[in-house]
Design a protein around this ligand. Sequence first.
Ligand code: PHE
Length: 365
Amino acid sequence: MDHSATREEALARIAATQDLDTLEKLRVEYLGKQGSISGLLKTLGAMSPEERQIAGPQIHALREGVTDALAARKAELENAALEAQLASETVDLSLPAPESPRGTIHPVSQVMDELAEIFADMGFAVATGPEIEDDWHNFTALNIPESHPARAMHDTFYFPDKDGEGRDMLLRTHTSPVQIRAMLAQGAPIRIIAPGRVYRSDSDATHTPMFHQVEGLVIDKGITLGHLKWTLETFLKAFFEREDIVLRLRPSYFPFTEPSVEVDVGFALVNGKRVLGGSGDAPGHGWMELLGSGMVNRKVISAGGLDPDEWQGFAFGVGVDRLAMLKYGMDDLRAFFDGDVRWLAHYGFSPLDVPTLSAGVGARA
Ligand code: PHE
């Protein structure tokens, strides 16, 4: 039997299809289980061997021809669909991104990132400690024994229950307990900063019950006040991005440092505003109290499990919120923690504006 008419008709219908669904229907019509070509194949079984020898190759050739035509048309239709899709979905990369709500990096986070960057350059690692602290790490180990007046000065938030070892639990009042934790955990030498939240029961325009400090601690051999002064000067010059930062060291008192040093920074009055830089003793200038520091007390080094005859060090603690206010010009600390999106949009930083020393740690996008 001659199948050329069937073949011509099938190829013409396949070539005329305009979509994949129609093509699939044709495939089923010819090659599906109940399809006409499949039906022809089934007739082979009933034929004599001689008939089959002639009809077999013809039917197989028909099936092959239709199968190939279906595959070729399928590829053409798929290609055409892809082309159409690509043509309709062009993207203009020069268009600005659509306006959508954008978050910002809080100035406190930004300043902490800047500090980490500046101190990393001087070989300091970042250390952390818990905000829920025990009385021993927060006070006793820092040479503030029970009944010491400094405990009262800290306006501490205590928890009602003691810890497993009978210690009072509290919200840490400063980042200094991280000094003890770092010494006990890693031994000496040490070069760390420890930024984080601290808590004191105090609230007005310049005090909030929660605020941020960064602690600095260096423990090594032969450390002196000179190292402390150089480190603070280098840090503050990098942080405020001014070479003319001038520090004044004043004797002070902290139980955990001996001697203790209060550090003031010189400022100039420009249009009634304080601008850091220059000596506070110059005409039109003044000194602003910035941070507490000193040589780590021998008792604290011992509490940290180290031998104070072998190891010396310095420590400092500074308010991160205060640093942010001085650098970026906010004047009400409470606004830092209101979560007002207008304040955040104004004072916040672009998430892409990662502080680096080479770009200027405080570069604004
Ligand atoms: N912990 C002190 C405070 O909170 C600051 C400080 C830290 C002073 C380290 C000296 C050394 O006021």
